[in-house]
Design a protein around this ligand. Structure first.
Ligand code: DGY
Length: 324
């Protein structure tokens, strides 16, 4: 892309992994948010003024006002995430700002966290850990910490993209039977025996375990509400590695309290990190602080993918990770 020239100025809204920052610094004049804390929209707008390339992550919101304010110089937004729901893509497009994200390379890491949530929620891993640490463990017991077995259970996956497929592959190794709903049915060669449901409701009715793996979007906000939860079989387990606002917190908490759900495992939350405090009071929920892609290998790969994408833009190519 001809407008991003060598020695452009880049603003790093968060500290990226050291190897990634090193590469960025070899290519751009870099200004950083050295505090590495989440910047508000006005702080971001102020600190990023004059930059051509803006490196962000899921913690930064980029509404239209950011593009209005930075459009004189801003050419590319690069986000260290697969999700782009924090960016006003319509505004970016209007101003001719390219948006790069980092899909694919994080699918395995996210699928691993999906398994971590599912195993802990089903086998009560967090409760077991607390029992041992607190000294409350009085020894093996025939009815102690009885959980729910994954083997042979139906796992319903909402969103069978790259992360959904990686998750299904792992769940299959645990002998789960995979059902899914997706905007489009997968090619049979990718289904690997998974059963497609044309409607989410028909998927919910079957799901002894239900995992939300679809990308966050306006249309999914509040999707898992009381009505949808009631469609799940009694004793189901809910997993969320998508976005927190897909879940109606009141409805989920009520279903965990009244026993309609056995348990839940969440890696994402509405308004994170300020999560609904009632979650912390429940035993039957495993809570994880949005670490889906948090491995050194994956975060490096995500960063390198953004840099490669920028290099391609510079040489006039269209990178595969360019959303607009
Ligand atoms: C993403 O990439 O969208 C994740 O939520 C961040 O780990």
């Amino acid at each position: 892309m001809e407008k991003v020239v060598e020695n452009s100025t880049a603003f790093l809204a968060r500290r990226y992994p050291p190897l990634v920052e090193e590469k960025i610094k070899n290519r751009y004049r870099v200004r950083c948010n050295n505090s590495d804390s989440r910047l508000s929209v006005s702080q971001l707008t102020e600190q990023a003024r004059g930059c051509e390339v803006l490196f962000v992550s899921v913690t930064e919101s980029l509404p239209r006002s950011v593009f209005d304010a930075l459009s004189d110089t801003l050419r590319v937004v690069a986000t260290l995430s697969v999700g782009v729901d924090h960016i006003d893509l319509g505004a970016a497009k209007e101003y001719g700002v390219k948006v790069l994200h980092s899909p694919d390379v994080l699918s395995d890491a996210c699928a691993e966290v999906g398994m971590m949530l599912m195993l802990n929620a089903a086998r009560r891993g967090h409760e077991a850990d607390r029992m041992v640490r607190s000294g409350r463990w009085t020894g093996w017991g025939p009815t102690q910490l009885l959980g729910k077995e994954l083997t042979g259970k139906k796992l319903g996956i909402l969103g069978m993209g790259r992360i959904g497929q990686a998750f299904a592959e792992r769940a299959r190794a645990f002998k789960m039977v995979i059902h899914y709903h997706n905007r489009h049915r997968l090619d049979p060669s990718l289904e690997c025996g998974a059963i497609y449901h044309e409607t989410v409701d028909s998927l919910l009715v079957k799901s002894e375990f239900f995992s939300i793996n679809a990308p966050g979007s306006d249309s999914l906000k509040g999707f898992l509400n009381q009505e949808k939860i009631q469609l799940l079989p009694k004793g189901a387990v809910v997993i969320n590695i998508s976005r927190g606002d897909v879940v109606d917190d009141d409805a989920l908490i009520q279903a965990l309290k009244n026993g309609h759900l056995f348990s839940a495992g969440l890696d994402v939350f509405k308004g994170e990190p300020d999560i609904d405090p009632r979650y912390a009071e429940l035993e039957n929920i495993y809570l994880s602080p949005h670490i889906g892609s948090a491995t050194t290998e994956t975060r490096n790969a995500m960063g390198f993918m953004l840099i490669d994408g920028l290099d391609e833009l510079k040489s006039g190519q269209r990178p595969t990770n360019c959303i607009i």
